[in-house]
Design a protein around this ligand. Structure first.
Ligand code: PLP
Length: 402
């Protein structure tokens, strides 16, 4: 593997020194200095097979020639940022591509997944107020969902430990059980503006939501004039084998939020809006300094074209089915594995031990994986991982869990 050029820290937290970075992250004992394809190179000189993709971001892996060229071309223009006071071609073209590939009529660009969801909540409230007055403002999220760490997105996130120290969270946001009976009770036409769901819950344990639940929710929300938001920050843009995860169930939402892989590792988020909602948004209703700037949008344009490629999506679907069969046989052969769930390149593995221990052993064995809750391992390989690379990773995992 060719080493790229991240400098190696001489005194790191990993080496027992205190890091000056605020202690919000529990870091693994690995310093990354380079990457190629599906492998990351550690400062320890070892290559690690990466089945975490920087938590679902690096869909095209590391050192991708196309991304590097797009970055060089975008940098050559001299305009990394121009503000949203003026138009630039990359953002306009990217927005049009997203619209042409989806149900949406407009796109709002921002910088992260949490920001995309916060934007979607505002757009939902703006629309709902227009059609139903100020009482119609409640937002409902689902049990097991994760939507970000800002005040409103955290209020929609079902992780008690993440929420408790920061109360009061944003008001008017509640969490409902994942069934149509409870949703039917809670979704009051006069007071609810929107429901937000991850069609495949990621952080909450990799749960593919039932088609019948999503279809029933679509019917309820249509009948009661409530916006349906799909948070596809983690499961969107090819990860499930279709460009958008909503295509899997055939349920068309009113808004979709995107982020993680959108700009190939540069920070970017987006909200896709239906014509009906977009029509109610006025200049000044929402804004962000950096969102959709020409540099990040030019890189995202390249990434989006690559992730829309039918051959890539077909390979994610086919390899995903293969992974399902391999992981299912792991349940039968490995007493430490209780169940597996997932689709495409997004898999959760319930284990009988704390997930953190298995993640640490996998790292020692040269495989980077994630947890999703206390007893679930999560695999999010780059979408360009080949069958052989997947096989190599699963074989390391099997050794770690046997
Ligand atoms: C489904 C989902 N929504 C929102 C977020 C928040 O994204 P960000 O960390 O970019 O704010 C995440 C992050 O993991 C996510 O998985």
């Amino acid at each position: 593997m060719t080493t790229l050029s991240l400098p190696v820290l001489e005194e790191t937290a990993a080496a027992g020194q205190r890091s000056a970075i605020l202690g919000t992250y529990k870091r693994a004992p690995l310093e990354i200095v380079g990457g190629r394809g599906v492998e990351l190179l550690g400062a320890d000189g070892r290559a690690y097979l990466d089945f975490s993709s920087g938590i679902g971001v690096n869909a095209l892996g590391y050192g991708d020639a196309g991304i590097r060229q797009a970055i060089a071309n975008a940098a050559d223009t001299g305009v990394l940022h121009s503000s949203n006071l003026y138009s630039t071609a990359p953002g306009e073209v990217l927005a049009q591509r997203l619209v042409d590939s989806s149900f949406a009529s407009s796109v709002f660009f921002c910088n992260s997944g949490a920001e995309a969801n916060e934007g979607a909540f505002k757009f939902a409230r703006r629309w709902a107020r227009t059609i139903g007055g100020p009482r119609k403002h409640e937002i409902v999220a689902l049990r097991g969902g994760f939507h970000g760490r800002l005040f409103a997105s955290l209020a929609a996130t079902d992780r008690p430990g993440y929420r408790a120290p920061f109360r009061p969270l944003a008001p008017g946001i509640s969490i409902c059980e994942r069934n149509l009976g409870d949703l039917g009770h809670l979704l009051d036409r006069d007071t609810v503006a929107a429901v937000i769901v991850e069609p495949v819950q990621g952080e909450g344990g990799v749960r593919v939501l039932d088609e019948a639940l999503l279809q029933g929710l679509r019917t309820l929300t249509r009948e009661r004039e409530i916006a349906l938001i799909f948070d596809e920050v983690q499961c969107g843009l090819g990860r499930t084998g279709t460009l958008f995860a909503y295509e899997q169930s055939g349920v068309v939402p009113d808004m979709v939020t995107l982020a993680k892989p959108l700009a190939g590792g540069l920070p970017m988020g987006a909200v896709l809006l239906s014509e009906e909602i977009a029509r109610t948004i006025q200049p000044g209703d929402h804004a962000t300094t950096f969102g959709g700037g020409p540099f990040v949008a030019a890189v995202a344009l390249h990434v989006f074209d690559r992730l829309s490629d039918v051959a890539l999506l077909r390979s994610v679907t086919e390899n995903g089915k293969w992974m399902e069969s391999q992981l299912t046989s792991l349940v039968a052969s490995t007493p430490r594995v209780r169940a597996v769930r997932g689709v495409g390149y997004m898999w959760g593995i319930d284990v009988v031990e704390p997930a953190a221990g298995a993640v640490a052993r996998a790292l020692e064995a040269g495989l980077l994986i994630l947890s999703a809750g206390d007893y679930t391992l999560r695999l999010l390989p780059p979408l360009v991982a080949s069958r052989d690379e997947l096989r190599a990773g699963l074989s390391i995992l099997e050794g770690v869990l046997s």
